[in-house]
Write a protein that binds this ligand. Structure first.
Ligand code: ADP
Ligand code: MG
Length: 238
């Protein structure tokens, strides 16, 4: 698994600076959660990493190699979006295998992979259906499955549970926590939900208005918050 390094990464949209120069290292095999209030720059950070937004300055390195010149599909990562972004006209199997078919992976290999991942996510019986015939929770699993079949070293999740009701969100949180332990991958997970962050993160990066306020293990953040913002956001007793 590569180590991912942000070095003085910054982003402006026109005259509006969303991310001041930011340094951040994501360690090999870690589940990192970027957490912070809505609008603080979490999605932008993830989209820059995925290559869906260009950098306004700085560079991102995968194992020391700069990646800003690489197109999204040339980067060794797969992203799960908040709104799932499934193709409505394709069945679930086709949705999940889309990237592999583009790459020209042999059909038998694709079928086996889709089956394995679908079974792991409990959607093995839904492969012939269209997205519109699934519940929100099932669509969410498909979006995750579509990323997982790609065998990338790094998975990016942008608020994947935010469109689910509270009960399903709690269930998926538990499943993600289990998956986290079985998959040997880098995970970068964006959320505005403190509970998700504290449950899932090996390391949590707390952001506010484009700035990293603190990073550390859930325990470190809870016991020794760096400032009032972190304490309030994490819910520390100070
Ligand atoms: P978060 O994911 O933490 O809610 P975002 O990264 O989506 O925050 O957005 C951070 C800031 O950047 C917000 O103020 C948002 O309005 C702004 N922003 C995001 N994308 C664009 C864009 N394409 N054009 C202009 N402003 C944007
Ligand atoms: Mg966002």
């Amino acid at each position: 698994m590569p180590t991912i390094e942000f070095s003085q990464v910054e982003k402006s949209f026109g005259p509006v600076r969303v991310l001041p120069p930011m340094d951040l290292t994501l360690d090999d095999g870690e589940f990192t959660v970027l957490v912070g209030p809505s609008g603080c720059g979490k999605s932008t950070t993830l989209r820059i990493l995925a290559g869906l937004e260009t950098l306004s300055g700085g560079e991102i390195y995968f194992d020391g190699k700069p990646i800003s010149g690489l197109a999204p599909k040339e980067r060794d990562l797969a992203m799960v979006f908040q709104d799932y972004a499934l193709y409505p006209h394709m069945n679930i199997a086709k949705n999940m295998s889309f990237a592999l078919r583009l790459k020209g992976t042999p059909k038998a290999e694709i079928d086996a992979k889709v089956k394995r991942v679908a079974d792991m996510l409990n959607i093995g019986q839904l492969l012939e259906r269209k997205p519109a015939q699934l519940s929100g929770g099932q669509r969410q699993r498909v979006a995750m499955g579509r990323a997982l079949v790609r065998d990338a070293s790094t998975f990016l999740f942008d608020e994947p549970l935010s469109n689910l009701d509270a009960k399903l969100r709690a269930k998926m949180r538990t499943e993600l926590a289990e998956m986290r332990n079985t998959l040997d991958k880098n995970m970068v997970y964006v959320t505005h939900d403190q509970i998700e962050a504290m449950t899932l993160g090996d390391r949590i990066v707390v952001m506010s208005e484009g700035l990293i306020q603190q990073q550390g293990t859930p325990e470190e953040l809870f016991k020794t918050p760096a400032n009032k913002f972190v304490a309030g956001f994490i819910g520390s007793p100070t």
